[in-house]
Design a protein around this ligand. Sequence first.
Ligand code: SF4
Ligand code: FES
Length: 236
Amino acid sequence: MDCTFAVYRFDPAVDRKGRYQRYVVPAESGDKVLDCLNRIRWEQDPTLAFRASCAHGICGSDAMVINGRVALACQKLVRDFNTANHFVIEPLPVFQVIKDLVVDLRPFFEKHRAVRPHLVTNGAHPEKERRQSAENQQFIEPALRCILCAACTASCPITRVNPNYLGPAALLRAFRYICDARDAITLERLRKLDDEDGIWGCETMWWCTEVCPKGIPVTKCLGQIKRLLKKEDSSD
Ligand code: SF4
Ligand code: FES
């Protein structure tokens, strides 16, 4: 069957504003949206720019807006959409477009770095590994699935109005270390998030959880941070 793709095109070097370019792509119902985009680039238009690498929901590089909803192009099949084989493909919102479907993710990764996304420990290094209990591992396991695709942050209504808000992905990474029993700076981590650009920017709107391609309960994890901060405040 033939599928019609209206793909957002914008090259800031030559275009004053974006436009949609139409492509007709032969596809099977079980083809991925990414397969169709590759077909466009390989067979029709090598100037179309988008990111993708693993094609299996692992690298997190092909998050984009597919028929109005943020998703990974490699995780969505043609048959997942009830739109008469018509697709509208757009770049992630919130971020600046570099070209076509490629956005500038530097602000996203700066916020990720701001939460110190690594274990901080005290004392001597152990001879072997730092042991973690099975319960503790299970508690933070959902957050370990994050592939930093930015789908949640791009979909978050708060990110759209407050550019300083850390956003769900960075806050989820903070949760991962705050709740890791081996980390030595839990309180410091919590205090850093204790404002409107941090955890209190979250208004529990659930959009992050809805779009997450790894099925992570992002909103619930953020709720844990809020609970821990309230507990700290009541014990002061
Ligand atoms: Fe992507 Fe989910 Fe991680 Fe957000 S929490 S960056 S949507 S994998
Ligand atoms: Fe790697 Fe889709 S191409 S997640």
